[in-house]
Design a protein around this ligand. Structure first.
Ligand SMILES: Nc1ncnc2c1ncn2[C@@H]1O[C@H](COP(=O)(O)OP(=O)(O)O)[C@@H](O)[C@H]1O
Ligand SMILES: [Mg+2]
Length: 473
């Protein structure tokens, strides 16, 4: 059950010191050993006396509920600390081989001559020494506890969209809505930060609906310049521009009969917004350079990380298009607002990306604590990447431990205790945060952001470039 005891660095460290300083023997008793069904590792003097001395030690271990020192009878001391699991005590880490000062009492079942032999083989420890030994045992027990497999609560949210993992109330709402949405033909708008699962949801709508056997086409509207995007979406006719040597159908035609996922629709230019509106209103489009309208039957799912309603207010998005697109709206929460789903999602990605035969490695409790503490600005995509990275680092280890977590994800946990960081990194990080949030407040309008930050436009541009933020919308 606890597989990692002998491989943990903290255990090796404690075992080594306990042996060298006082001749004590460190061991782990799991519930089977405490029931007398397994073996326990004891100091040679205890072991040499056989069954009755061993039984006395095991009986003492059974009484351990918190870290401390127990007298197993006759002054034979057991220094022990429990390892807590999800169902209470999962095992006891202990050290044997110590005795309290001079004792005359004899452990039960041990003859007086055996008892003196036992006393001779044990080390008398002073109270301060006992305290140090207890600290080492507690350290080892804590390490075992951290390395234990994490307990991933099973999901209680059962639904046909099995690819969507999550129990959070917001996810339940999304899934409930999906059941209705897949049966309709209405346009859907999915709002959420990058990496929250917008495309996954769009795919679910397509593949669980009546258009499943027809194409699902994706286009990110912020990735292209305007001319290229127009030609990609609506196609072009021969001679429409230099290089247009033949008629080229657009993605709307490719998606005919199916679903078109328009990602980052908030980045579409005003001119293209008009053309898209026409597709939504009339079901027709005009290829670049064309004169004849083409009819298409496409269900549109649009996504944006920007608040389109807010953009409409500021005349950055057409109001009529907004109402056409915003028929059914799904809001996907950022991962930091559904922290309780992190264990299940982490587990899901371990299984998803495990390529070797046999069972995938288990996530340790210590690793999970760190994953849960990180704020995940890149949301589920960032978590998925982290899990893939851990699987690579794990090789054929059976556990994904805290040490395999990237510095970026692990570092933020113990702010004060974490490794010292160069001051320039700290400054750059805070500067970047302030700039990004100003750009967010002003929907990417750099002039407005610069005014807000009380710097000149060119200075802001230079900082954006230098901090590598030029990809930020
Ligand atoms: N609820 C979820 N359950 C399982 N995997 C998810 C979930 N949400 C997102 N993912 C995965 O995270 C990654 C990023 O999701 P994606 O849909 O591309 O996000 P977005 O479109 O919002 O940027 C994908 O690999 C996706 O499969
Ligand atoms: Mg996306």
């Amino acid at each position: 059950m606890i597989s990692s005891f002998d491989t943990l660095a903290e255990v090796a460290f404690a075992r080594d010191l306990l042996r060298r300083w006082w001749g004590l023997e460190l061991g782990l008793a799991d519930p089977a050993a405490l029931d007398g069904r397994g073996t326990v590792r004891l100091a040679a003097a205890v072991d040499a006396l056989g069954a009755s001395a061993v039984a006395a030690v095991i009986a003492a271990l059974r009484t351990v509920k918190k870290p401390g020192i127990v007298d197993a009878g006759g002054g034979v001391l057991v220094i022990a600390a429990p390892v807590m699991g999800d169902k209470g005590i999962a095992g006891i880490v202990y050290a044997t081989g110590a005795r309290a000062g001079d004792v005359t009492a004899v452990p039960e079942g041990v003859t007086p001559s055996e008892a003196s032999q036992l006393q001779a083989g044990l080390t008398a420890l002073s109270p301060p020494e006992l305290e140090r030994a207890r600290d080492l045992v507690v350290g080892a027990a804590n390490a075992v506890e951290r390395a234990q497999p994490a307990v991933i609560p099973p999901t209680t949210n059962v639904h046909p969209f099995t690819e969507i993992v999550g129990d959070a109330p917001a996810v339940r709402d999304v899934v409930k809505l999906l059941t209705k949405i897949v049966r309709s033909e209405a346009t859907v708008l999915i709002h959420g930060e990058s990496g929250t699962g917008k495309e996954l949801i769009a795919r679910a709508i397509h593949y669980h609906g009546p258009r499943a056997k027809k194409p699902f086409v994706v286009q990110n509207c912020s990735a292209f310049n305007d001319n290229l995007l127009e030609s990609a979406l609506f196609g072009h006719v021969r001679g429409a521009f230099t290089g247009a040597v033949k008629d080229q159908p657009g993605l709307f035609q490719v998606a005919d009969g199916g679903t078109f996922f328009l990602d980052e629709i908030g980045d579409m230019s005003a001119a293209l917004q008009v053309k898209l509106l026409r597709v939504l209103q009339e079901g027709t489009l005009m290829p670049v350079g064309g004169t004849k309208a083409i009819k298409v039957d496409v269900r549109i799912i649009a996504a944006s990380h920007k608040d389109l309603a807010h953009m409409v207010q500021h005349k950055m998005f057409r109001e009529d298009l907004f109402y056409r697109v915003n028929v059914l709206k799904i809001t996907v929460p950022p991962l930091r607002e559904r922290v309780a789903d992190i264990p299940r999602l982490a587990q899901h990605f371990i299984t998803k990306h495990w390529r070797s035969p046999g069972a995938p490695p288990k996530l340790s409790q210590g690793a999970l604590s760190r994953l849960v503490a990180y704020p995940w600005p890149g949301n589920i995509r960032e978590l998925e990447n982290e899990m893939e990275r851990m699987l690579v680092l794990a090789g054929d280890a059976q556990e994904l431990t805290a040490g395999m977590i990237s510095a970026r994800v692990a570092g933020i946990v113990n702010g004060a205790q974490s490794a010292p960081r160069p001051l320039r990194d700290v400054l750059a990080t805070s500067e970047a945060e302030v700039i990004v949030s100003a750009l967010g407040r002003h929907l990417g309008d750099r002039a407005a952001a610069a005014a807000d930050l009380d710097v000149s436009g060119p200075y802001l541009d230079a900082r954006i470039l230098s901090l590598g933020l030029d990809h930020v919308p």
